[in-house]
Design a protein around this ligand. Structure first.
Ligand SMILES: Cc1ncc(COP(=O)(O)O)c(C=O)c1O
Length: 380
């Protein structure tokens, strides 16, 4: 049987690295995981307890398509707490992770063949999901001088119908400040491109608080998730905020595509939102790990790095060390027992000379990983 042309998407290379690390572990090796972008911690205890109660209370059947009203109201309240925005809860749509949000957003906003600008380096699945939906991802090669974020000049002549940005970004951890965000949102509007802001790393910031696209406009889609700050990757829970006149459009899509987001995860997510103590303790670990990375990576010989504003990644330019980041990452795994992600996942053009190091795991793993990386580099 034939398969479609649009299903011909690239693999997610980090998943291949994870598989190689798993194979090494099952062969008896001890591997330090600096490849995966997921917290080493689980869901907050309060989330588990709330779910235990809900499971003994009732059947956890379908919820309404846009999500539990109490969760939508609680998420709306978060916008007051984090950004000083008074958000109508009706605009909040609960999704199956940010990934489910992309599917809904891209279907709601774009027609086949539409061109959507994404920054390179950037989260790899943007490109593949767009392709899978018959849309055209347009890589915008961002500049180090612009902290690897797109600027209006990058898409002025690109005839885009959409622009997708992430702040803090994966893999660089860089953020857009208010003026830059406002400038980008304005330029996209002028160009007739719908603006989508991936805010999945909000809450994981080290110096300044992240700005939401909603701080500068209501005419945007914002996508967020319980995977990162709330430490609930496998639960597949996230949310979107859409303009008021898009709620019904997205509702019709959500009803038909997903029926509803997982009920159990919604119950847990609602309780997780009040687990501030535990979540802030996770943040303290990332902060400690970040400081260790910024000190340890240059000492090991990875000198071309920039301090991330948020998220839990360091993106390193390794052009002085290799022209083949995939082979280099495989060698680091093989010799040092440290799994890292080759930049090719994030930037098909320049990523053969970059690596991404994740510091989302526990601090003792970061200490051990840095020591192994130093030994590896000393012996090269
Ligand atoms: C920038 C970015 N957006 C979206 C996602 C997908 O997240 P979720 O687990 O919520 O689907 C990730 C996952 O790493 C990411 O880094």
């Amino acid at each position: 049987m034939r398969t479609s042309r649009r299903s011909d998407v690239d693999p997610f290379i980090v998943m291949d690295v994870m598989e190689a690390a798993r194979a090494a572990e099952s062969a008896g090796r001890h591997i330090i995981h600096m490849e995966v972008g997921q917290p080493g911690t689980g869901a907050p205890q309060a989330a588990i307890r709330a779910l235990e109660r809900a499971m003994s209370d009732g059947p956890l059947g379908y919820t309404v398509a846009l999500g539990l009203p109490a969760l939508r109201a609680r998420i709306a309240r978060l916008y007051g707490d984090w950004y000083n925005i008074d958000l109508n809860p009706d605009r909040v749509i609960v999704t199956s992770g940010a990934s489910g949000g992309f599917i809904l957003a891209f279907n709601a906003l774009f027609d086949s063949g539409d061109r959507i600008g994404i920054g390179a380096p950037g989260y790899p699945s943007y490109r593949q999901i767009l392709t899978g939906l018959g849309l055209t991802p347009v890589d915008l090669q961002t500049a180090a001088a612009n902290r690897y974020q797109p600027v209006p000049d990058d898409f002025a002549d690109q005839d885009l119908q959409g622009l997708l940005v992430a702040s803090p970004a994966n893999p660089t951890g860089t953020m857009l400040d208010r003026a830059t965000m406002a400038h980008l949102v304005g330029a996209a509007k002028e160009a007739g491109a719908s603006f989508i802001s991936d805010e999945i790393y909000h809450g994981i910031e080290y110096e300044a608080k992240a700005i939401s696209a909603l701080n500068v406009s209501d005419d945007v889609y914002v996508i967020n998730s319980f995977s990162k700050y709330f430490s609930m990757t496998g639960w597949r829970a996230g949310w979107m905020v859409v303009p008021e006149d898009h709620i019904r459009v997205v509702e019709r899509l959500a009803q038909n595509m997903f029926i509803c987001p997982p009920h159990a995860s919604q119950v847990a997510a609602l309780a997780a939102m009040d687990a501030t103590g535990e979540l802030e303790a996770n943040l303290d670990v990332y902060r400690t790990n970040r400081a260790l990375m910024l000190e340890g990576l240059p000492k090991a010989g990875f000198t071309r790095i920039a301090p991330p504003d948020g998220a839990f990644y360091v993106y390193a330019d390794v052009s002085e060390l290799t022209n083949d980041s995939r082979a280099f990452a495989a060698q680091i795994l093989d010799v040092a027992g440290v799994a890292v992600t080759p930049g090719l996942d994030f930037d098909p053009v320049r990523g053969h000379q970059t690596l991404r190091f994740s510091y989302a795991r526990k601090t003792e793993d970061i200490v051990e990983g840095l020591s192994r990386l130093k030994d590896f580099m000393d012996q090269r």
